[in-house]
Design a protein around this ligand. Sequence first.
Ligand code: GDP
Ligand code: MN
Length: 421
Amino acid sequence: MKIHEYQARDLLAQAGIPVPPSVVIESSLLAEEAFIKATKGMASPLAVIKAQVHAGGRGKAGFVKLVKTAPEARAAAEFMLTNKMVSVQTGPEGLVVKKLLVAAGVDIASEYYLAITTDRATRRNVLIASKEGGVDIEIVAHERPEAIIKEPLHPTLGLQSFAARKVAYELGFTGKLANQTADIMQKLAKLFVEKDCSLAEINPLVLTGKPSTTNCPNASSPLPNASLPTASLLAIDAKFNFDDNGLFRHPDLQAMADPTEENPAELRAHAAGLSYIALDGNIGCLVNGAGLAMATMDIIKLHGGTPANFLDVGGGATEEAVTEAFKIILSDQSVKGILVNIFGGIMRCDIIAQGVVNAAKTYKNPDGSTGFKVPLVVRLEGTNVEAGRKILSEAKSLVPTLQAATDLTDAAKKVCNAVGK
Ligand code: GDP
Ligand code: MN
């Protein structure tokens, strides 16, 4: 599960990591007021307006804007809420922006990267840090991997003080700043474990240039603090990903889910107990078992086709779930053919067949007619296969596009031919 930056900032602030004060708005009419609130107490007001979407690369896409006046804030907000954001992470269709963060702007001397994630190779959680943080971190990681520091966490003790300080020195910090950096790293590492994260990232963590009036440990209290040192550290962007399997332990995180940011077909599948991932091809797949689903996608590729989705109906799917699975696949307008590949073990072939027939009976085409128009290739094998084949052959008039396949290769060839590949 992903969350928005403003929610990530709240988690950081609760953990005691310094974050600039900010306000979330959903209408550009509130931008001027938000600007005044976020910049309260600043000698020369500066705010940053940031699109809140579950995708990064916002800075380069023009959806992180620095503004110095309230009218500028409103113009930036207006732009972001009325244009789709297209970044390297969104795909060409872009994302609609519904929420904005208006945060106190920071005078930046340098930008650092900090993250905790799991390194599968070493089977350890790892701190990743770089003194070249900011919008080009992916390029740095790719072209100069030596600029990325990796420090494994202790399996039970987490990020220990000496390890955190070592990395802080490697980042070039000394004295109080080294202590402060190490403290932030340890707090981030603790959050990572406590919240069952798969990623906890601050990018950038910034060293401020001038005395800052925005260094508030608590994001919700934008009061200036005159006693701050001339340079201090602030987290100005954060990203958290959570392990879905750990969410049941975290009602606070569950409450942060934003369904409007998720793929609607994936949400619908999740509600029906199906594992579904939308892809960009034109062959819909309905398969039981994750391994068989992967193999089915591979063999479609091998024969020149492209899968439109990954869909695992699982072992215990009901007729209703299978029917729903068909509706979800068909709701994707780019689907030009469907391959049903079932190896009946716990899943019975007759249940799948009945699901196909029910879906054909109830599916409404855009022109109002009932039944499948797209070519459908079915390969059934295993438990109750004869009963399943019988159900399908008896319902031939309902599914006139149906072709039976003898094995996986035959099925893949048939569906690829049917979509013209
Ligand atoms: P991202 O592009 O989606 O990762 O969005 P970020 O929040 O990381 O912002 C991108 C870049 O905008 C940062 O790396 C900074 O260089 C710049 N930026 C963001 N907030 C501020 C700010 O308060 N002051 C200044 N000077 N630059 C900022
Ligand atoms: Mn960032």
